[in-house]
Design a protein around this ligand. Structure first.
Ligand code: SAH
Ligand code: SF4
Length: 371
């Protein structure tokens, strides 16, 4: 191809956007105008940016693009509170993202949470996870991560006409972002962090650090690195087992970063950021759901100010990993409590549309390979 590849504006940090504008001979404040259109007005073309000179809009559209995701499939849960979208990337690979709606309750405000993917496939290969069963293909670029959020912001805004004409801190079409889709966020650190910085920035959508959660399988050194950043996001660690022997099987990277490294890294995260880590524990029948497992978990977390989220595992193709029955989940929780650890039980939202990580994509790939 002769044509130089166009830059995606969403891949540029604020300072790189300034550089781009400078290279076109324009003053720095143009970068602020462009960022405002992209992240506050959710513009999808340079033509919409009516306060930019016509010539600049033309130049920009020649050297840069504003999008690299194409939605190619959508599923909506029966209760309409969860939707999941399959996106095609510029190179034809696919990823998925979901939007989860939560009504306000006595103690919490209404939330609209987007769950983003960070990689195509995942290199970690947890045996109970649909994404882990797919081949790892590549890391996502920052723009590909950010655009998943912008997509749902536009969708919500279009549905609630007039309400979110321009983003402001009181009313955002998307209130929370969780890095819990396909892939391991901390194995794609640079892109993930650039996306976090932009999502949090006053030049970007301006989401609060508390409204952003990174879920990790527990890469110790990267958790420590995260602890040193100046945006203190929420950290969720997918634990699923409290002893190395079992965790080595459920979360294979545990062999490289065993619990003896992981837990101190989480402690450091708490000390440096003041954010209480959350531990995710998916319960699979006969695998990690006995009362003995609950006591082991309590022992592991002793003295660490944290939150435990229990979830009955989502069913997958692998028969070894069947969801624990409700009764076992409740007993597990009761045992944890007796051992001094409080926990919450999470429902698996959107189970009827296979909203669990990587599930829509694996179904999609299965369908398309047979046609
Ligand atoms: N790679 C990161 C983030 C993506 S996975 C991580 O592992 O944390 C998001 C969450 O889905 C993780 O907590 C993961 O353990 C969980 N998960 C994956 N498959 C699941 C299943 N079948 N049942 C329950 N939780 C599952
Ligand atoms: Fe990767 Fe997370 Fe799935 Fe494990 S659970 S395979 S780390 S996406």
């Amino acid at each position: 191809m002769e044509m130089a590849q166009r830059k995606n504006i969403l891949d540029l940090s604020y300072s790189r956007l300034k550089e781009l504008v400078g290279s076109l001979g324009e003053p720095g404040y143009r970068a602020d105008q462009i960022a405002w259109w992209v992240y506050k007005k959710l513009a999808t073309s340079f033509d919409e940016m009516t306060d930019l000179p016509q010539q600049l809009r033309q130049q920009l559209s020649e050297v840069a693009s504003l999008s690299s995701l194409t939605p190619v499939g959508e599923k909506i849960s029966a209760d309409e509170q969860t939707r999941k979208v399959l996106f095609k990337l510029d190179d034809g690979k696919t990823i998925e993202s979901s939007l989860m709606l939560y009504a306000s309750t006595g103690s919490s405000r209404e939330r609209r949470t987007v769950c983003v993917s960070t990689q195509v496939g995942c290199p970690i290969g947890c045996p109970f996870c649909a994404t882990g069963q797919q081949a790892f293909e590549r890391n996502l670029y920052p723009g590909e991560i950010i655009e998943q959020v912008l997509y749902f912001m536009r969708q919500v805004r279009a549905e609630q006409q007039g309400k979110f004409e321009e983003l402001d801190s009181a009313r955002r079409p998307v209130t929370n972002v969780v890095f819990m889709g396909m892939g391991e966020p901390l194995a794609n650190y640079e892109s993930v962090w650039q996306a976090v910085v932009m999502l949090n920035s006053k030049h970007g959508p301006g989401l609060g650090a508390r409204q952003i959660t990174i879920s990790t399988v527990g890469l110790g050194p990267q958790i420590r690195r995260l602890a040193g950043e100046n945006i203190h996001v929420e950290l969720a660690v997918s634990l699923h087992a409290a002893k190395d022997a079992l965790r080595n099987e459920l979360v294979p990277i545990n062999k490289r970063y065993p619990l003896g490294q992981l837990i101190p890294a989480c402690r450091e995260y708490l000390e440096k950021t003041g954010r209480r880590p959350t531990f995710e524990y998916a319960l699979f029948q006969g695998v990690n759901d006995s009362l003995g497992h609950a006591r082991e978990l309590a022992r592991l977390l002793e003295g660490l100010n944290c939150q435990v989220n229990l979830i009955a595992g989502n069913p997958t193709k692998c028969r070894e990993f069947a969801p624990s029955p409700r009764k076992a989940v409740l007993e597990f929780q009761r045992q944890l409590k007796e051992s001094g650890v409080s926990s919450t039980i999470r429902g698996s939202k959107g189970a009827d549309i296979e909203a669990g990580c990587g599930q829509l994509r694996s179904r999609w790939t299965a369908n398309s390979s047979t046609s």
